[in-house]
Design a protein around this ligand. Structure first.
Ligand code: MLC
Ligand code: AMP
Length: 499
């Protein structure tokens, strides 16, 4: 049966004995083994009741079986829903209620907690960091042939939650066409082939580590050195055997801090790619000076996959994100009217193409707000195009902080702080951070007579929000700075509290 993504990314490797994933334990899973493993897991999903279009939630450590689980969802016609392993039970409850999955796969240590969140008609299976769990045991006993379920280009392949300015996370519905068209455009732009060996140190629950890194590798048949996380020592050990790396800017600033980073160390490397957050021109220049490599910066979003990229062969200009990918249109519009602006003027970046998602799960109003009838998606990023069409991102209309490539929406953090007894109001904002790009600060106003301490507030926030969203510093103020319209002036707070 035809299945758009499975047929393009996975089926061609049925008899491919080349290495696909090599983990930190040095064990390699070949492409052919991967295809067989995905089939075994597909049987487990179907035995658990998964039918066409059912959501499969995966909050799992980064293992080769976790990648096979993604492939198994494609093969069995399910919708893959990966979740950050740092999310708290409160955060997970929201996603599970909203997405109503048929199966939840989690780390063995979280089994009891997730069982309490699991809908009555769903079940929980486990997959631990040690590669063990009930999913593994069941897969080991299953057949390694599975009759692929038919799925077309418009069918959903993934549901990826992104936070929002309203504080509520939205599930971005990603179709087979969205993911395949983008993988093909990137393989072409970055000239990825089966001769490549990718250093993969990103998490696999977001677009960057999952779709950008893995779909392109699968499409090209490249080898992947699959690391549990970003550790400079491990990356430095792998650079001399590798050709390609994808990372957030923090990867590059941390590598630059290591004296072992030299041109010799990178002599087999073909390409370093950065995205998910702005790469400072000074980082780009310092990396070039140290290694002879110009980091290639690209720009994307969960809802759109990748949008623009600097060229592989032409000039990679520091501080810019390059040109739209093949098949993708970018326009810069007046944020107020939506009208296209003349070249050279700063405005809203809007995107159209086969890469753009079909809408937010269960949120038709929000979808209509952000996705025009013409097919253009309003990114919330502010940019400008030069005379050649090269895009630079100059700011964001959305109130968003990006720390180490993770998005933090201040409204969600403010809601968590304001819910604590004794807090009157709060304002959460980002200040520059040399390691993570930005860090989160909270200004809090207490109710009269409140005896709350900063430690109390931090503890209250920690019970509900993932660690990466929690403010690194709190300041207690008598009042928040406001303009004459009564709007909180975050620019004043940012200026007052920048390090
Ligand atoms: C970890 N911590 C973070 C953090 N990562 N806090 C804020 N922001 C982050 N990104 C917390 C840890 O819990 C820890 O808290 C403390 O910070 C120090 O941790 P660390 O050891 O320095 O962090 P580390 O584990 O090394 O992780 C840093 C990192 C990681 C940069 C390697 O965050 C990372 O892999 N980021 C990649 C994110 C990503 O893939 N984004 C793509 C989104 S898709 P404590 O309290 O224990 O000290 C997208 C679209 C697109 O944006 O265009 O790609
Ligand atoms: P996410 O919602 O996690 O997909 O994050 C998408 C956001 O990350 C975009 O809207 C941008 O604000 C930001 N982003 C991604 N790549 C870049 C980049 N190269 N430069 C600046 N910002 C980026």
């Amino acid at each position: 049966m035809a299945n758009t993504l499975y047929d393009a990314l996975i089926a061609p490797h049925r008899h491919n004995d080349a290495p696909f994933l090599t983990g930190d334990d040095g064990r390699t899973m070949s492409y052919a083994d991967f295809v067989r493993r995905a089939a075994q897991i597909a049987h487990v999903l179907v035995a658990a009741g998964v039918q066409l279009g059912d959501r499969v939630v995966a909050q799992v450590p980064k293992t080769t079986d976790a990648v096979a689980l993604y492939a198994a969802c494609l093969q069995s016609g399910a919708v893959y829903l990966p979740l950050n392993t740092g999310y708290t039970k409160a955060e997970l409850g929201y996603f599970i209620t909203d997405a109503a999955p048929r199966v939840i796969i989690c780390d063995s240590k979280d089994h009891a907690a997730l069982q309490t969140l699991c809908p009555a008609d769903a079940s929980v299976l486990t997959l631990g960091a040690d590669g063990q769990g009930s999913l593994v045991t069941a897969a080991d006993a299953a057949s390694d042939e599975f009759a692929t379920v038919a799925r077309g280009p418009d069918d959903l392949a993934g549901l990826l939650y992104t936070s929002g300015t309203t504080g509520r996370s939205k599930g971005a519905m990603m179709s087979h066409r969205n993911l395949l068209s983008n993988a093909a455009a990137l393989v072409d732009r970055w000239q990825i082939t089966a001769r490549d060996r990718l250093i993969h140190a990103l998490p696999i629950f977001h677009t960057h580590g999952l779709f950008v890194a893995l779909n392109t590798s699968l499409l090209a048949g490249a080898e992947v050195r699959f690391m549990a996380g970003f550790q400079p020592d491990a990356v430095i050990a792998e650079l001399p055997q590798s050709t390609l790396m994808m990372g957030v800017p923090t990867f590059y600033t941390r590598l630059l801090a290591d004296v072992r980073l030299t041109p010799d160390l990178c002599s087999t490397m073909r390409l370093f790619i950065s995205g998910s957050a702005p790469l400072l021109a000074e980082t780009h220049d310092a990396f070039h000076a140290r290694t002879g490599h110009k980091i290639l910066e690209r720009y994307g979003m969960t809802e759109t996959n990748m949008i623009t990229s600097n060229p592989y062969a032409g000039d990679r200009v520091a501080g810019t994100v390059g040109f739209p990918l093949t098949g993708t249109e970018v326009v810069i519009t007046d944020p107020a009217s939506g009208a296209p602006l003349p070249q050279g003027e700063i405005g809203m970046i809007e995107v159209r193409g086969p890469n753009v998602f079909s809408g937010y799960w269960n949120m038709p109003d929000k979808t209509r707000e952000d996705l025009r009838d013409t097919g253009f998606f309003i990114t919330g990023d502010l940019g400008v195009a030069d005379a050649e069409g090269r895009i630079s991102i100059v700011g964001r209309m959305k109130d968003l902080i990006i720390a180490g490539g993770y998005n933090i929406y201040p409204k969600e953090v403010e809601d968590a702080i304001n819910a604590i007894d004794g807090v009157l109001e709060s304002a959460v904002f980002g200040v520059p951070d040399p390691d993570l790009g930005e860090q989160v600060i909270a200004a809090v106003v207490l109710e009269g007579g409140s005896v709350l301490t900063v430690a109390d507030i931090a503890a209250g926030v920690a019970s509900g929000l993932a660690r990466f969203k929690q403010p690194r510093h709190y300041v207690v103020l008598d009042a928040l700075p406001r303009n004459t319209m009564g709007k909180v002036q975050k620019n004043v707070l940012r200026a007052d509290y920048r390090p």
